[in-house]
Write a protein that binds this ligand. Sequence first.
Ligand SMILES: [Mg+2]
Length: 368
Amino acid sequence: MFLDTGVARTKFSRPNQTPWIRRLRCCPCYLFRRKHRRNGFVNCGFLSPVSRSLVDALRNDREAAYRSWLEKRPSALKTIDCMLKAAKGKKIVVFLDYDGTLSPIVDNPDRAFMTRKMREAVKQVSKYFPTAIISGRSTDKVKEFVRLQNLYYAGSHGMDIMAPKESVSSWNSHAHLTLDRKGNEVLFQPAKKFLPMIQEMIARIQKEIVKIQGARVEDNKFCVSVHYRQVKEEDLEMLEQKVVSVLQDYPDFRITRGKMVIEIRPSIEWNKGSALEYLLETLGLKDSSDVLPLYIGDDRTDEDAFEVIRKRGQGYPIIVSSIPKETRALHSLRDPSQVLAFLERLARWGKASSPSGRCSNRICALAD
Ligand SMILES: [Mg+2]
């Protein structure tokens, strides 16, 4: 639902702008309104008293709906003490999505930077628990954003899994490793054979959508993301048609959807949940009865990982969302700032509980 004053909407839509309207279009309130139009609400200084009361009522309704949803998906910040109590003597493994979890969702996907504080929190967590970033981005790109060496990275929705240098091979003889050009240990790339086709497809999609303003194609190595956050609403249908028409020539690929993004990936049975299972197996924990995987993510693609944890019957699937939504997660965090608070708390507990004071990427059970 979108609310604003009828006056403003009518004037903004006039093709012949008066000087007054031109000045108005530079106003921060107007720019704010434009920016948040697709988010379904507006906070504009031009609201009439009637519209303002409608906006307030809408906000109150949303807040009430969110509180009601929280009863089913309690805040992980409030339940963390219970979680950590249950984790004593067990092995926690931390899995983190990137966009919308460690970084805010932004209009330009190339500028989805994480804060220094968040980086430090992830770094601290990884000292005490094996930690992996599982993202739809290419592994190289997410590594550039995160800039931490001692993590596992599973890019392209888990289709490109890499271990930290000299980690797995030094203690897990079952892992079959090759080294990439940067010396990283490549654990698993189940979609490798699709790489030439993906490059061809990217070129074709780029050519098709070049005239659609705001559309962006992102090469995520084993999958392709078509971002439409900055595309005009009237162009969205055309964008989708063009992407689907290209896909008709690639029957081995399928479309999935994320936040303002169409994602194309090989039709293989592999997703973020599969990556989580693979990493647990690599760490020698797949069949362990005392491992607690903790997964934090905000998107539909994270639901596969939530499902895996639920099926295991152990661990904590945590969704990041500020609105009520259907999910397989059992806990929630409202936004990346709450993720930060949660990770900082987890790291402090890890430090206090770890017998040696440091766990790194090796597995250790936390002392009772
Ligand atoms: Mg995400």
